[in-house]
Design a protein around this ligand. Structure first.
Ligand SMILES: [Zn+2]
Length: 406
């Protein structure tokens, strides 16, 4: 597409404030501190974007303010909101024929770095704030989801947590796809990206209905967008950590609970199944057979002890509790490296066969959010039979993504 003629110029914050106060419900409901934040973000956003008018549309400041406000609303709880991959905002007066698909569109988000919108339908979207149809929120949500695709800086948390959201959304998404009763618009069944956009429209336009009918997914939306929308008052920003219970991933003891499932290798099988482990013991025995005396006994003992220490690092226990997953490396609990992760913060568990020079076994890779950062923990479980189906069922109930070889 050719974008030779575009408007890129700042709009005064006072003008932005007046326009939003006049015609943008989400903004009208915000408290004064958040209004200021909204205007500041809008002003910066508008100054960054290149607006292109099509089919003779008179590109007014009002159009630029309202369309930008939709993006600011979606990203209002996030740290990063500029959606840099989308440099151009193309606006048509009404529905238009897409030069790519030759079909009539109200809007589209193009991965080549532009977003197209029908101004008429943007207005329809904001004029009825409770019909769960809002073109601006819909398309900007696609843009947020795809912003990182060309390696543009995107919101750190959103990018890391979206996989968790997908795992959590599967139940409602499947319901919609299978034609079961759902509060969400049918169009959301097209694919998971459309489902995210449809959910976002619903999240902002009917938060109470959403929360009542799909409370888990509603919480996931609040965490993902870091905000709690409201139809009667100000949206609340920064709700994520309360919902995630910031101390979710800590080294607390879980001794008082009974695990639902335990993956634990036996000491003996760990030794026999690991090539290196066997080597230490064989060496000691050979040494003792060749010459049995105090010195060789001591050396053999040291070698065995060293072998145990080395294997200690390789030894993992994974326990699945009702509300968290516990992982311990090392045999002896008081010296072991322990971590327990709340399922709310556990994004993904990947299980794969590890065939390494140190032996063989199964590798568990855990991706989780530790309250500040997304982290990864790799657990090596040797010589146990993995109950794949049990793990899958359990983690899917807990809305954690599971990947393993089939
Ligand atoms: Zn869409």
């Amino acid at each position: 597409m050719e974008f030779s003629k575009y408007i890129q110029s700042p709009i005064h914050p006072l003008e932005i404030h007046k326009e939003l106060e006049h015609s943008y419900l989400y903004y009208q409901n915000l408290n004064p501190i958040l209004k200021q934040r909204f205007v500041e973000r809008s002003a910066f956003f508008i100054a960054q974007k290149k607006f292109v008018a099509r089919q003779g549309l008179d590109l007014t400041n009002r159009i630029r303010i309202i369309i930008s406000a939709c993006a600011i609303q979606v990203t209002f709880g996030l740290d990063s909101y500029t959606l840099d991959n989308f440099e151009y905002v193309v606006i048509y007066p009404d529905i238009y024929e897409s030069p790519l698909t030759h079909q009539m569109h109200r809007g589209e988000t193009n991965l080549n770095g532009f977003i197209c919108l029908s101004w008429k339908h943007i207005l329809v979207g904001i004029e009825n704030p409770s019909d769960n149809y809002n073109l601006g929120l819909h398309e900007w949500t696609h843009a947020l989801r795809f912003n990182s695709i060309n390696y543009e800086e995107t919101d750190y948390f959103f990018d890391g947590y979206i996989n968790k959201w997908v795992a959590g959304a599967m139940f409602e998404f499947a319901n919609l796809k299978n034609g079961k009763q759902s509060i969400f618009r049918r169009y959301g069944a097209s694919n998971i990206h459309e489902f995210l956009s449809v959910c976002t429209e619903h999240f902002f336009e009917s938060p109470d209905e959403f929360k009542l009918n799909a409370p888990d997914l509603f919480d996931q939306m609040c965490i993902l967008f870091n905000q709690l929308p409201s139809k009667v008052g100000s949206a609340r920003i920064g709700v994520r950590n309360t919902l995630l219970k910031t101390n979710a991933a800590t080294t607390v003891s879980v001794a008082e609970q009974i695990p639902v499932l335990v993956l634990e290798a036996s000491f003996l099988r760990t030794i026999t199944n690991m090539g290196m482990g066997l080597l230490y013991f064989s060496f000691s025995i050979v040494l003792l057979i060749i010459q049995f005396n105090l010195i060789t006994s001591l050396v053999a003992l040291l070698v065995v002890f060293g072998g145990i220490l080395l294997m200690n690092y390789k030894y993992f226990t994974i326990k699945f509790y009702d509300n968290k997953l516990y992982i311990q490396s090392g045999f002896i609990e008081s010296f072991a490296n322990k971590l327990s992760i709340d399922y709310q913060s556990l994004i993904k568990m990947e299980i794969f066969d590890g065939n390494f020079d140190t032996g063989f076994g199964t590798v568990f890779q855990l991706n989780y959010y530790d309250g500040n950062y997304f982290s990864k923990r790799v657990a090596y479980c040797s010589s146990i039979d993995i109950p794949y189906d049990k793990i899958k069922t359990l983690l899917q109930q807990k809305k954690v993504a599971v990947l393993f070889p089939s």
